[in-house]
Design a protein around this ligand. Structure first.
Ligand code: FAD
Ligand code: NAD
Length: 471
């Protein structure tokens, strides 16, 4: 008999959720994690809790308070002079939130009687996993099933080598001890925009260089255009079609050379963030050696059950590709755990919520007009501007809009795209409506509380059929 029914490798949002769900379903479960936290101790939670979703949102909230006091408090009759930011207190608050949440996962492991194994896991084949602890001691355990959830790490580019002092990745960008006067960012994706916003709000002069010709290429074009206008108004200098050819550190500054439509440009910054995506992490796992198939980009290949080429070895989360999102990994984890228990769980990748936590937020689910046009699908669009929302006006945040796209024949909602205050929370209604195969008429007939931002969703649904009331 194996030591465990399930061993999960990695305790990020994919791995720890897999472990909890397996344990809930009565399987004897262990989870191996190698992460060493800032306190020098082994930490659960993976990228998301330690250096990703959570710390970035903590800094976004802190910097938003600062920015709001500086720029908007006066509109409310609040005079706030001498507003200062103590970066070390802001970082300490972030670290405390991380500590609480990673400690919370440890508590959930105890509650669910999951064996927490500290160290680096290596697949030995034959359902054996070798674990090496920080002192280099090894032990081997056996499992009926193995779930790989080893996540991802920042992608690197040769033209801007991360030195963790002047040129940093997303992890370094969460730790600047003071606000850089001039900040360069390579990549205008989720990380570039979120962390660029954090330091921009605190006073950095931020330049973001994006290689693609379009800003936020996967996003609805009208939403991307509105976001570009707003972020530019906030002071972010975003350059698209910008190809960085060189970044060198000289006399404590970073000299960046890039080409764009205007030709060769050079800027000098105090810090540079490289935020050009993430790559799957299978280093030291010995996966390929035991027969797990890995594609040319390094992602583990899986079948519909998320089983790798090796029977009883599964993989979930960032390491298998698709959207590199915490909630995607967690849902995959639940699916694998439940399928191991004989259930027929499925998940709908086409109804995936996406959020970029700028101010205001960009959030979307489903297909864009551009995708539908390409696919030859006839559709109708309803658009509601937050300018016409009483609640948004009361908040003092009226930029942006909700765009709802429905099938021209069936009225089924095909996509909802939001740029505006609380877009991340508003999106939940759209995701649920789509999970239920809802139509715009369903949302148009649903009573929404007044005054709420969610009335905007109601109005966008009415707008699909040309009967919006308030705009
Ligand atoms: P990870 O979270 O990367 O966890 C993998 C774990 O496996 C790690 O703890 C690692 O130490 C461990 N591990 C790896 N190899 C081994 C081994 N051999 N032995 C033992 N342990 C091992 N996503 C969102 O949905 N929303 C957000 O707001 C968001 N913000 C982000 C902000 C930033 C700055 C970053 C960097 C990412 C953000 N993401 C966000 C992405 C999100 O963090 C990832 O999609 C998510 O963490 C992936 O989960 P995972 O469990 O697959 O992998
Ligand atoms: P991303 O893929 O979102 O964006 C990277 C951007 O960098 C792209 O726009 C790409 O075109 C650009 N780029 C790539 N190479 C470049 C180069 N050489 N020069 C200039 N631009 C270049 O990746 P990210 O922002 O690094 O985030 C990594 C992952 O983490 C993503 O998969 C993202 O989904 C996830 N994440 C999610 C959130 C969120 O959900 N709010 C927040 C942060 C990160």
């Amino acid at each position: 008999m194996a030591d465990y029914q399930v061993v999960v490798i990695g305790a990020g949002p994919a791995g720890y959720v897999a472990a909890i769900r397996c344990a809930q379903l009565g399987m004897k479960t262990a989870c191996v994690e190698k992460w060493i936290g800032k306190d020098g101790k082994n930490a659960l939670g993976g990228t998301c809790l330690n250096v990703g979703c959570i710390p970035s949102k903590a800094l976004l909230d802190s910097s938003h308070h600062y920015y709001h006091l500086q720029k908007h408090a006066a509109e409310h009759g609040i005079s706030a002079s001498n507003v200062n930011i103590d970066v070390s207190t802001m970082l300490k608050r972030k670290d405390e939130i991380v500590q609480k949440l990673t400690g919370g996962v440890a508590g959930l492991f105890r509650k669910n009687k999951i064996d927490r194994l500290e160290g680096t896991a290596k697949l030995l084949g034959g359902q054996q996993v070798e674990i090496t602890d920080v002192d280099g001691k090894t032990k081997t355990i056996t499992a009926d099933n193995i779930i790989i959830a080893t996540g991802s790490v920042p992608a690197r580019i040769p033209v801007a080598v991360v030195d963790n002092e002047y040129i940093v990745d997303s992890t370094g960008a969460l730790e600047f001890s003071e606000v850089p006067k001039r900040l360069g960012v390579i990549g205008a994706g989720a990380i570039g925009l979120e962390l660029g916003s954090v330091w921009g709000r605190l006073g950095s002069d931020v330049t973001i260089l994006e290689a693609l010709p379009d800003f936020l290429a996967p996003v609805d074009r009208k939403i991307a255009a509105a976001a570009m206008k707003e972020f530019t108004k906030q002071g972010l200098k975003i350059s698209v079609g910008a190809k960085v050819s060189n970044a060198v550190v000289e006399n404590g500054e970073v000299k960046l050379t890039y080409e764009d439509s205007k030709g060769s440009q050079t800027i000098t910054v105090d810090k540079l963030i490289v935020a050009v995506g993430r790559k799957p992490n299978t280093e030291g796992l010995n996966a390929a050696e035991i027969g797990v198939k890995i594609d040319e980009r390094g992602f583990i290949q899986v079948d519909a059950n998320r089983q790798t080429a090796v029977p009883n070895v599964y993989a979930v989360g960032d390491v298998i590709g698709g959207p590199m999102l915490a909630h995607k990994g967690s849902e995959e984890a639940i699916m694998v755990a439940e399928r191991l228990a004989g259930q027929k769980t499925e998940m709908h990748y086409d109804i995936m919520p996406w959020v970029i936590y700028t101010w205001p937020e960009v959030a979307w689910v489903g297909r864009t007009e551009e995708e539908l046009k390409k696919a030859g699908v006839e559709y109708k669009v309803g658009q509601f501007p937050f300018m016409a929302s009483g609640r948004a006006m009361a908040h003092g945040d009226t930029s942006g809009m909700i765009r709802m796209i429905a099938d021209a024949k069936t009225d089924r909602i095909l996509g909802v795209h939001i740029f505006g205050i609380s877009a991340s929370e508003l999106l939940g209604e759209a995701v649920l409506a789509m999970e239920f195969d809802g139509s715009s008429e369903d949302l148009a007939r649903t009573i929404h509380g007044h005054p709420t931002l969610s009335e905007g969703m109601h109005e966008a649904a009415l707008a699909v059929d040309g009967r919006m009331i308030h705009a």
